[in-house]
Design a protein around this ligand. Structure first.
Ligand code: COA
Length: 343
């Protein structure tokens, strides 16, 4: 374990101590989509692995799902929100541009002493949030950091565009990051390292063009459907496979591991074929890879916690297990974290 000498002592490691997830009850199936655009259940299943996705009702926004996920994580840990030091909300679908969704969540939870912020890294958002939380804790300045990934993708998806509307769903997930104790330190439990990267030259391949300072909302931008997600699916696909593989491989190598040493790969759920191609190149078997895209679709910043919950439910993630989180998203952003699971 990496240790940093501090004034008069050593700084702690960081471990994940709780998880909470929330998806809205409404479900949109492939068969429902067959009635909306020219597509088929079979095409969607074969090309993406998705069968259905959850969709938030009109009155529900990202902060509402974030609060539900956060409450579950706090209840699982048995602590009050007032104990939180910081809240990081990873989202590309904030309730509004400002104030930050983190402020709305902080207020609703009653997290009286927490500061926080929103983090915009699309599908890599949760991993960037976890990397940040781990370092806040390792610095010795924070004891309880809550990272939330929450996205209401259905609000920015064009349900006349069959290339994108089949892919996305709504949901939220939260993880609590805290310092390791001595026993955990000795066992090497917690955050091991990261290999994050951005490549802004890929920005045009996946974006929501209007609604910011470059192209503010006008009747024309609405008429041209520029507030919806635009994507070059094939270029995103190729980049995602390559970088999910390369950044994971390099991170594992840095710590003396290969794909075979990993208990579970918790990959961003964008397309089953992306996850399979990347994990096969890492030498992993399907037993090591968590897939729940069939039930949730791509929930952007929420896929990593949702897939972690699936890993726990399937008995594939237990204390001491080596887990790699990996994602590629709009930007392009790439996020890879290595953790040894703590509970
Ligand atoms: N139903 C039926 N046909 C569809 C379709 C749909 N929902 N969407 C596209 N098609 C058609 C295309 O129009 C094209 O038809 P054509 O050959 O007559 O022109 C054909 O299927 C193949 O299209 P293509 O774009 O090559 O398909 P694909 O195999 O690349 O799959 C995606 C499309 C979007 C599923 C895939 O590119 C993908 O998943 N990309 C990554 C997306 C992603 O991960 N985004 C988020 C990143 S975090």
């Amino acid at each position: 374990m990496e240790r940093v000498a501090a004034l008069g002592g050593y700084l702690p490691g960081a471990k994940i101590t709780a998880l909470g997830c929330y998806v809205p009850p409404g479900v949109l199936t492939n068969h429902d989509l067959e009635k909306m655009v020219e597509t088929t259940d079979q095409w969607i299943l074969e090309r993406t692995g998705i069968a259905e996705r959850h969709i938030a009702p009109p009155e529900m926004a990202s902060s509402d799902m974030a609060v539900e996920a956060a409450k579950i994580a706090l209840a699982n840990r048995g602590i009050d929100a007032a104990e939180l030091d910081a809240i990081i909300v990873c989202t590309v679908t904030p309730d509004m541009l400002f104030p930050a969704t983190a402020c709305l969540v902080q207020n609703r939870l009653g997290a009286k002493k927490a500061w926080g912020f929103d983090l915009v890294a699309a599908c890599s958002g949760f991993i960037y949030g976890m990397t940040t939380a781990a370092h806040l804790v390792k610095a010795g300045t924070h004891k309880k950091v809550l990272v939330i990934g929450a996205d209401t993708m259905s609000r920015i998806i064009d349900y006349t565009d069959r290339g994108t509307c089949i892919l996305f769903g709504d949901g939220a997930g939260a993880m609590l990051v805290e310092p390791t104790d001595e026993a955990d330190d000795a066992a090497g439990i917690g955050f091991i390292g990261f290999n994050n990267e951005i490549d802004g030259s890929g920005g045009d391949y996946l974006k929501q063009p209007a609604g910011g300072s470059r192209m503010p909302a006008t009747a024309e931008t609405v008429a041209q459907r520029l507030h919806y997600v635009k994507q070059d699916g094939q270029n995103v696909f190729k980049y995602a496979v390559r970088k999910m593989y390369e950044n994971s491989r390099d991170l594992l190598e840095r710590y003396g591991y290969t794909g075979k040493d990993v208990k579970v790969m918790i990959a961003h759920q964008a397309n089953r074929r992306i996850i399979t191609a990347a994990s096969e190149r890492l030498g992993m078997t399907c037993d090591q890879v968590i897939i729940n895209i069939d039930r949730y679709g791509n929930t952007t910043a929420a896929t990593i916690p949702l897939a972690t919950r699936t890993a726990i439910e399937e008995g594939k993630l237990k204390k001491g297990d080596l887990a790699i989180f990996a994602a590629v998203g709009a930007g392009f952003t790439v996020g890879v974290n290595l953790w040894r699971w703590a509970y």
